[in-house]
Write a protein that binds this ligand. Structure first.
Ligand code: PAZ
Length: 399
């Protein structure tokens, strides 16, 4: 039995894995996804092509098996969808494991909530619908790139919804990537929930705000079709927060969540042992970002952690990799526009040359309004690709 730096034995990771996957059922689509991923991976492995698994978007945490309510997070899938495009541009085949209805590579340019799809279209006098003239060039370029990726079978899209779906899919696809050896890259940009309700504690049906079954039992079958007086009263009491500010415990919904097991160690040691593994770390407090990224790297012993802050994630990220100095990657000064405050001298103030300043996170107040002119993923992907090339080089020198 081997031990890692945290003193946890290898077999205890296996026990947790067996327990989690044995007691939280896989998504229905898993066998179909596995078949598609297997043929995609084998095709590209035979061609000696690099394959990247990009995970993207948030994961839901259902509160009920017949799910009406769930816990979610903010992630729109911008990082994942944008990165997938740059990986394709760099010659990778991409498995895009994404949260259903989050942003997709290529179509993301026209499906984001700020860009209504219909605004990109124009009606000709003959009644035909075409791209708006001002968007023609970009739309043609995006369409051609999308069609080229499809034609060459370079992009496989696999959707998931819940945290458990995601973990089942991740494990299955990572294991299928083994034949790629070091040519496999796992780029884990999804915002994965840290907490969940285990299947054995999950309510089967919609959680009720009153005990309907008890009331129906008391009333008997003949009165069930008319609205029962007791039910009305129950609802009124529940809604009447003003006269009853201290809501009784029996009326509250107390959600009891378990921690989601950390499977990064299982991924590194067992699921995809030869591939390069890149995880993301999101924080909101700049003071702890680098510490948390280093902690994750130390704990899971993988190849790269990309740290980012919620408020500045489109402007800068930090690469934390073993044997490398921390490296901040930023949208260059010339690509920033006016500041939030409108004070011109602040423009680019965060693009500091002095090493000590450049090693610190940006102050969000110095950033321009809106989106950067270039996508930070256009800088991230070449830097990841370079590290991946080194990873492949080192692996082949060991053979
Ligand atoms: O999807 P998005 O572009 O809105 O956000 C991307 C992100 C911040 C979720 C991603 O860059 C990231 O940090 N993912 C890992 C989050 C975490 O588990 O810490």
């Amino acid at each position: 039995m081997s031990s890692n730096t945290t003193g946890t034995s290898a077999s205890s990771h296996q026990v947790v894995e067996n327990d989690y996957f044995g007691s939280n059922p896989p998504p229905k689509a898993l066998p179909k996804h596995v078949a598609a991923a297997e043929s995609f991976i084998n095709h590209h492995a035979a061609a000696g092509r690099r394959v990247v698994l990009v995970t993207s978007g948030g994961t839901t945490v259902p509160l009920e098996k017949h799910t009406v309510r769930f816990i979610d997070n903010f992630s729109a899938g911008t990082r994942g969808a944008t990165s997938a495009e740059y990986f394709l541009e760099s010659g990778y085949a991409v498995i895009f494991l994404h949260r259903q209805f989050s942003l997709l590579p290529y179509s993301r340019h026209y499906s984001h909530s700020t860009d209504c799809f219909l605004d990109f279209l124009h009606e000709n006098p003959d009644g035909s619908v075409v791209a708006n003239p001002s968007h023609q060039d970009k739309m043609l370029r995006v369409l051609r790139e999308y069609n080229a990726a499809k034609r060459q079978n370079l992009l496989l899209m696999l959707p998931f919804v819940t945290i458990t779906d995601y973990l089942h899919e991740l494990r299955a696809v990572a294991q299928l990537m083994r034949p790629l050896g070091p040519n496999g890259l796992l780029y884990l940009a999804a915002a994965v929930s840290d907490f969940f309700v285990p299947a054995d504690r999950m309510s089967e049906h919609k959680i009720q705000s009153m005990d309907v079954t008890e009331i129906l039992k008391q009333q008997g079958p003949t009165t069930q079709t008319t609205e029962p007086r007791e039910v009305q009263q129950e609802e009124e009491t529940f809604d009447n927060f003003d006269s009853s500010p201290a809501v009784p415990r029996s009326k509250r919904l107390i959600v009891d969540l378990d921690p989601v097991p950390k499977f990064l160690k299982n991924l590194v040691d067992g699921w995809a042992p030869e591939g390069m593994i890149v995880s993301f770390k999101l924080e909101t407090d700049p003071a702890i970002l680098v510490y948390k990224a280093k902690y994750s790297l130390e704990r899971y012993q993988h190849h790269l952690v990309i740290g980012n802050l919620l408020s500045t994630r489109k402007w800068e990220v930090v690469f934390v990799a073993p044997g490398h100095k921390d490296r901040w990657i930023r949208v260059p000064i010339s690509r920033r526009k006016k500041t939030l405050s409108g004070v011109e001298e602040l423009v680019g103030a965060a693009d500091r040359d002095s090493t000590s300043e450049a090693d610190k996170p940006l102050d969000p107040a110095t950033l321009p309004e809106g989106e950067p002119e270039i996508e930070i993923e256009s800088l991230i992907i070449p830097a990841v690709e370079e590290l991946h090339s080194k990873h492949i080089e080192v692996a082949s020198s060991k053979k």
